[in-house]
Design a protein around this ligand. Structure first.
Ligand code: C2E
Ligand code: MG
Ligand code: MG
Ligand code: MG
Length: 272
């Protein structure tokens, strides 16, 4: 096996873990232990209307409350979780917790989004399993949106379209995450039933100090695409006033980012 011959023996971690880089095998074991000890939890970040910053939904973001290293973001462990297959049980645990918590955040037509690993999405019974969970928890499927990436869509287009259509029949909508970072974005996006497209933060970053003509052209093209397809557009990574203003003036309807709110545990949003 690849992991036995020294390849990928070490992985890089985010700030929280720097200088303590664990080997892949150690991290794999630590992830297994974390599942048993129930150390994964959802944090939530609002998605807002850009005209008045009103909250329209929340994205659930996975966190690992590590007993010694504090709260870790997916950057610290997602790759190993994906490569080892542990992302399956981690995502299912995360979805259960996020849906249970998310109930308290809904109402006023708000939605909750879950990030789905490509590995889960390629399983034929994914939709059935998800809908069973949604029913068991009593979460309104019409308030649920699944964030998938271009890689997930392109993996097996026919099955993905069928899966998305089955989910949509029950009210579960799809959002395309990190739009613009994949390969054939514009060529394929019209084939999928998407409620929402999230413009990757790398396209928003250039507006940090105001108007940036070439980047504006890209955003305008994506907005036109969204308009033509009837798909809602969300700008990710809005960190300051300049970015907010430029996007709002261009007519981008929705946004998400530190400028509005950082991801936080449920208690924060419930005012605890
Ligand atoms: P993503 O789905 O594109 O999520 C957006 C990421 O950008 C989040 O990082 C969020 O905390 C961060 N972010 C939000 N606003 C800003 C901003 O204004 N500036 C900057 N620089 N960053 C911002 P996070 O929470 O570390 O998650 C990273 C990635 O991990 C996510 O990217 C997603 O691909 C993946 N992920 C998160 N939760 C899950 C999960 O439950 N399951 C799976 N399979 N993947 C997940
Ligand atoms: Mg996402
Ligand atoms: Mg994203
Ligand atoms: Mg991203």
């Amino acid at each position: 096996r690849a992991k036995d011959n020294g390849r990928n023996r070490f992985v890089m971690f985010d700030d929280a873990m720097h200088e303590t880089a664990m080997g892949v095998l150690d991290l794999e074991q630590a992830l297994r232990d974390a599942l048993v000890r129930d150390e994964f939890e959802p944090w939530f970040q609002p998605i807002v209307r850009l005209d008045d910053a009103g909250v329209v939904g929340y994205e659930a973001l996975l966190r690992w409350r590590h007993p010694e290293r504090g709260v870790l973001s997916p950057a610290a462990f997602l790759k190993v979780a994906e490569d080892s297959g542990l992302i399956g049980p981690i995502d299912w645990r995360m979805f259960r917790l996020a849906l249970e918590s998310g109930r308290a955040l809904m109402g006023e037509e708000r939605f909750l989004t879950l990030n789905v690993s490509p590995r889960l999405f390629s399983q034929n019974d994914f939709d059935q399993r998800l809908l069973e969970l949604v029913d068991e928890i009593g979460f309104d499927p019409r308030a649920l949106r699944l964030e998938v990436t271009e890689g997930t869509l392109l993996g097996d287009p026919e099955n993905v379209v069928a899966m998305l259509e089955r989910l949509r029949e029950r009210g579960v909508e799809a959002a395309l995450d990190d739009f613009g970072t994949g390969y054939s974005s514009l060529g394929h996006v019209h084939r999928y039933p998407l409620k929402m497209i999230k413009i990757d933060q790398s396209f928003v970053a250039p507006f940090a100090s105001g108007i940036a003509p070439r980047s504006s052209a890209v955003i305008e093209a994506i907005l036109a695409l969204g308009h033509a397809l009837g798909t809602e557009i969300v700008a990710e990574g809005v960190e300051n006033d300049a970015q907010w203003n430029v996007l709002r003036l261009m007519g981008c309807p929705y946004g998400q980012g530190y400028h509005f709110a950082r991801p936080a545990p449920l208690g924060h949003w419930l005012g605890q």
